[in-house]
Design a protein around this ligand. Structure first.
Ligand code: N2P
Length: 360
């Protein structure tokens, strides 16, 4: 009897330590909200035994403050290219070990070339998804308030005579200074990528003039709010607006338009912080995401284009053929990439944004 109890205790201890070993196999991923289908992570765990601890954010600035503080504990993070370029310079990231990325050949050179404009990003990262920043609106609510509203122009949000008509149905702007300030400049016909602080000041004037009509600066709540008919207009991210359209309540029609004045085309990149606790697993995770079927499943779910050429035959045709998701070369001509601010312009942009938001 006693022996039996001992055996049970030993068996229990063994089970416990075996679990402890399994529990050590994790990858800590920090990605944008509403940007994946859960099966991608579940199937990764089923295939590798590595648990995915998945946290989300909705702001590059927020991610950056965690990375610069160090010791974030994350193994894989997803900054946008302009931010990633600065973070690489600040020494936050390790180079990818491409010998561990057997799926690297699936990536799309067109996107790699775009990303390379920001610096040696392809040594440190691979593309997750990319998209545009444009206008999302509720068709009926806009039509009720204005005949022939300029729905494909940034006048929708930056012309006080226009946006004031929509203030009562709810207008959101992204809380993303490095996207909204360039948008205001492109509305003015100025270079959206400028570092000239006198030109940046013109954006401040534009946004300040419409500030009374903006209900909120926020970068994720607009998905549900648009879908429920709680807001009627947003400057937001392409796939998020498609998602709102897809999820919309009965009778709610949500539309995305790429502004005719030009729109930002951004690239979100998978990268491994230098202090990643599980860099080996991080490489396995990134390689999994580069599997054409996995990233196709994610794109088919979130409606963002990805940088994986081999995934294209696996995408819903509706997505691949939609120029608002995969812009045609003509549409692409109207798109610009993020500004790269020097320190001075950066400080001005940050200060300007606080001033705009707080109204001081
Ligand atoms: C997904 C947000 C897209 C990321 N919800 C914008 N860089």
């Amino acid at each position: 009897m006693k022996n039996k109890i001992n055996r049970l205790l030993i068996a229990g201890a063994l089970t416990f330590s075996a679990q402890a070993v399994i529990a050590e196999e994790v990858v800590n991923v920090y990605n944008w909200s509403d940007y994946i289908t859960p099966e991608v992570n579940e199937e990764f765990t089923a295939a590798t035994g590595i648990k995915v601890v998945y946290d989300v954010f909705d702001s590059n600035e927020f991610l950056q403050s965690k990375l610069l503080a160090g010791g974030s504990g994350y193994d894989v993070v997803v900054p946008s290219s302009s931010f990633l370029a600065r973070q690489i310079q600040a020494g936050v990231f390790q180079k990818l070990d491409k010998s561990k990325l057997s799926n690297i050949g699936n990536m799309w050179d067109v996107i790699e070339e775009q990303v390379a404009q920001f610096g040696p990003l392809n040594d440190y990262s691979v593309n997750y998804m990319w998209g545009t920043t444009g206008i999302g609106y509720n068709e009926d609510m806009i039509n009720e308030r204005m005949d022939n509203a300029p729905t494909s122009s940034l006048a929708m949000v930056f012309d006080p005579d226009v946006v004031s008509k929509f203030a009562d149905c709810g207008v959101h702007l992204l809380d993303a200074p490095e996207e909204i300030i360039p948008a205001a400049l492109s509305y003015l016909g100025e270079d959206p990528r400028t570092n000239d602080i006198d030109v940046i000041a013109k954006a401040e004037a534009v946004i300040t003039a419409v500030r009374p009509y903006i209900q909120k600066f926020h970068s994720s709540q607009y998905i549900d709010a648009l879908a429920a008919g709680d807001i009627c207009l947003v400057v937001g991210w392409s796939g998020d607006i498609f998602m709102a359209s897809d999820d919309a309540d009965d009778g709610v029609s949500v539309v995305y338009s790429i502004p005719e004045e030009g729109a930002l085309m951004w690239f979100d990149q998978l990268a491994i912080p230098k202090d990643s606790p599980n860099a080996e697993n991080a490489h396995k995770y990134i390689n999994w995401i580069m599997d054409p079927q996995q990233i196709a499943n994610a794109t088919n779910y979130v409606w963002y284009a990805n940088g994986n050429l081999a995934s294209q035959p696996l995408l819903d045709e509706e997505l691949l053929n939609d120029p608002a998701v995969y812009p045609t070369p003509e549409v692409r001509e109207g798109l610009y990439i993020s500004p790269q601010y020097d320190n001075k312009a950066q400080r001005v942009v940050t200060r300007t944004w606080t001033k705009i938001k707080t109204g001081q």
